[in-house]
Write a protein that binds this ligand. Sequence first.
Ligand code: SF4
Length: 152
Amino acid sequence: MRLVSACLLGVNCRYDGASKLNENVLALSRKETLIPVCPEQLGGLPTPRLPSGIASGTGVDVIAGRSSVRNADGEDVTECFTTGAAEVLRLASMFDIQEAVLKQGSPSCGSGQTQCMENEGGSYLSHPAEGDGVTAALLKRNGVRVITEEDL
Ligand code: SF4
């Protein structure tokens, strides 16, 4: 049994109200039990919502309280991201999950690649960045292995 980013299973939970259905993840769901989670929704954010990114550093820094998560209006949504990550970790503990398949490149779910948000002349713009998203970082810190859809 594994956790999986809900958008990879076709759930329309992304910031733009769409999914990122992945055929390999769908095929996996026919062979084993996958528990779909969307940490941004679990943290209380609406769908659709403004895109967000990590202000500086990575999800590790957000978990440690050294950085924040901002949306495209520059609003601080850190608490939603950390609450959602904690909820995913709680589910992982509840079901004794050893591994999660999370969406690459997301500020929540990305593993090794995430999304940052920079203030450029008063406008907040998101960019891909190296490092883990907030949920991926929290799961890894607590011993849950994280792979992405690209590893399947
Ligand atoms: Fe998908 Fe994760 Fe973003 Fe939710 S937070 S839409 S599960 S990548």
